[in-house]
Ligand binder design. Structure first.
Ligand code: ZN
Length: 643
């Protein structure tokens, strides 16, 4: 009998000792980080609301109780009973019974009403029917990404369970009990922005944190082939942790599966969905640009199948000597500051990922409060001594002024924006300005992936800023559903109608004018002096966006939608061009400093990464001078031993 089986046997008898003798325990298994307890008496189990909680704290495990398949009532009988327990207002849209595990997945418009106070309605469901309920939100805006991911996971349920069981046994394997140490190796993202990838290595465990590409430098990928990473074989990697879905952190995660990786990816649920959306788009863009992408959509599906979603604040065992906890990072939907606790109190390392320290319209500011932290790997994108951003309110007013001006001359405001994050923030600014009469009502058209990304945001309101979430939950007032927002899904014809119509605001991808529907809008509106191209995001060197900002007014445009590829002409730009600074998903220099200043506890060591050379150097020395901490601006391929 293997050591894990012995452990499970012991856990089983411990559980039997804890629960009343009327409850029989038939099996105990690991599925990923969770301990799954099978019982012939699920209804009795659910009868005592404290039972599972007490078990979890006694065994220090996350516990799921499932009915022994033999005692299950038929889905036909259970269906009506489940619906009878759930309040009508919950808006149940689907019930999915899985007889292999005794779970019923309930999709509802208001999951909170299915859960009930402290889970009371869920327990009532089990008491009534014996099945184990699981709840997901029906997206208020239909999202093909969310529904594709959910359908795919449903299809792959059996295989996914096998993955989880294997991962579970791996997590709970016996420690080798050698001497203990902790170190980090940098595989990318040092003195540069892009290709984020780090190895966190202990005597027992090897974890990869992020695996991104470098935008604009496709050949420069993280140093995955060194022995500390995949060089010794992908099977030597215990886990992958993904801080957020931006491609400079996630693009090459699917590639790991091509290299033979078969382990878990820990991330939040929205990060999983956004990673699916963005990596598939990454493949699409590569194909359109005639590049051979490093992997195929098959590997994106593998990655999604291997995701183990965690919520903020869940302390999760991911290896015998490693606990992971995610905290809100304030950067994009689902972005996480990742905290690792090594050994039994041996050491604590935190990866900031990308952060925004102050609250934005979309998100609460990044969490910087931890039980313990000795070392921090910290982003420094705007760590340079002059990297101060415009105050957010000033930026919003500048945008409002620009919109009013264009409205008066009956033109259109064309805003190139990233689909994820920036677009939703601008939507919130516009929605509020219209509601409060600061700008006149007019249609706001959303083109490209923006609508889809917005739909994903509305599926996960618990990841949004408190007051925004409350508006969506309690006041039934979802700003993203406001009437003025229109999804452009009719292609060129619909765009032509917008062009022929009155004043309007258009948000379109790509955010740096490097392709996508924004090119078509430029072709339509570029010669209209009454309209205005308004930049609200950073325009990288070499992009068309940056060139236009710098005053280019002769723009090459190809004949989009004409069916004749390769033809291009030149457009002389007569529309106004304006840049509104200050909208950012990143903390500026002050925000980064404040993150450390108010951090509790303050770490002993900080590795400044994710910034160009001067930013990381500046930031590292500022931290040293201001807080007298040991700071580093590592290069790629450096290893730091912390313990
Ligand atoms: Zn990011």
């Amino acid at each position: 009998m293997s050591q894990v089986d012995t452990q499970l046997e012991e856990l089983k008898s411990e559980i039997e000792d804890e629960v009343p003798s009327t409850i029989s325990i038939t099996d105990v298994k690991y599925e990923g980080p969770e301990l799954v307890v099978y019982t012939r008496d699920p209804k009795e189990f659910a009868g005592d609301g404290n039972l599972v909680r007490n078990l979890a704290s006694k065994l220090r495990k996350r516990i799921t109780v499932r009915p022994d398949p033999e005692v299950l009532s038929s889905p036909e009988t259970a269906r009506q009973q489940v619906l009878d327990v759930i309040p009508e207002d919950a808006g149940v849209s689907e019930l999915d019974f899985h007889e292999d595990t005794g779970e019923v997945v309930i999709e509802a418009e208001k999951p909170g009403m299915v859960i009930g106070r402290h889970g009371s309605t869920l327990r009532e469901i089990t008491q009534e029917v014996g099945w184990t309920p699981e709840v997901v939100r029906t997206p208020p805006i239909e999202s093909s990404t969310v529904s594709n991911v959910r359908n795919f996971l449903k299809q792959e349920r059996q295989e996914r369970r096998e993955v989880l069981e294997r991962v579970g046994r791996q997590i709970h394997r016996e420690e080798m009990g050698r001497e203990q140490w902790v170190r980090i190796t940098t595989l990318g993202c040092c003195r540069e922005v892009g290709r984020a990838a780090f190895i966190l290595n202990t005597a027992e465990t090897r974890v990869l944190v992020d695996c991104g590409d470098k935008p604009g430098a496709e050949g420069e990928v993280p140093y995955l082939q060194i022995p500390e990473a995949l060089g010794a074989g992908a099977q030597n990697l215990d886990a992958v942790v993904l801080t957020h879905a931006h491609l400079d952190h996630s693009a090459l995660i699917p590639l790991l599966f091509k290299y033979g990786y078969d382990g878990p990816i820990y991330c939040t649920e929205p990060t999983r969905d956004l990673m699916g959306l963005l990596t598939l788009d990454y493949l699409d863009v590569a194909a359109k640009e005639g590049r051979t992408p490093p992997y195929e959509s098959e590997q994106v599906r593998e990655a999604i199948k291997h995701c183990i979603p965690l919520e903020y604040g869940d302390v999760t065992d991911i290896a015998p000597d490693l606990k992971l906890t995610f905290h809100n990072a304030g950067h994009i939907l689902g972005s996480a500051v990742s905290h690792f606790h090594v050994g039994d109190g041996l050491y604590n390392v935190c990866f900031s990922g990308d952060i925004h320290y102050e609250d934005t319209r979309l998100f609460n500011g990044a969490v910087n409060d931890f039980p313990r932290v000795e070392a921090l790997v910290m982003e420094s994108t705007y760590g340079g001594r002059n990297d101060y951003q415009t105050d957010q309110q000033d930026s919003e007013e500048a945008l409002i002024e620009a919109i009013n001006e264009v409205h008066e001359q009956e033109g259109k405001v064309l805003i190139p924006a990233f689909a994820v994050g920036r677009s939703q923030e601008i939507m919130l600014v516009i929605e509020e300005a219209m509601r409060s009469g600061k700008i006149p009502e007019m249609p706001v058209h959303l083109d490209g992936m923006i609508w889809e990304a917005t739909a994903i945001h509305t599926t996960y309101p618990e990841y949004l800023r408190d007051d925004l979430r409350d508006r969506i939950f309690h006041e039934n007032e979802n700003p993203f559903l406001a009437d003025q927002f229109n999804h452009i899904d009719g292609g060129q014809e619909e765009r032509q109608e917008v062009v022929d119509g009155g004043p309007a605001i258009i948000l379109s991808t790509s955010g740096m004018v490097t392709g996508g529907p924004i090119m078509s809008w430029l072709r339509h509106l570029g010669s209209d002096p009454n309209s205005k191209l308004t930049f609200v995001g950073y325009q990288a060197q070499g992009t068309l966006g940056r060139r236009i900002q710098n005053g280019w007014d002769e723009i090459p445009v190809s004949d989009f939608g004409s069916g004749r590829s390769g033809r291009s002409s030149t457009l002389s730009l007569e529309m106004g061009v304006q840049t509104v600074d200050g909208f950012s998903g990143h903390a500026d220099r002050e925000g980064l400093m404040n993150f450390i200043r108010n951090m509790s506890p303050r770490p002993e060591k900080v590795l400044c990464v994710h910034g160009d050379e001067s930013s990381v150097q500046d930031f590292s020395s500022a931290l040293y001078h201001e807080f007298n901490m040991r700071t580093f601006a590592p290069k790629n391929l450096e290893t730091f031993r912390f313990k």
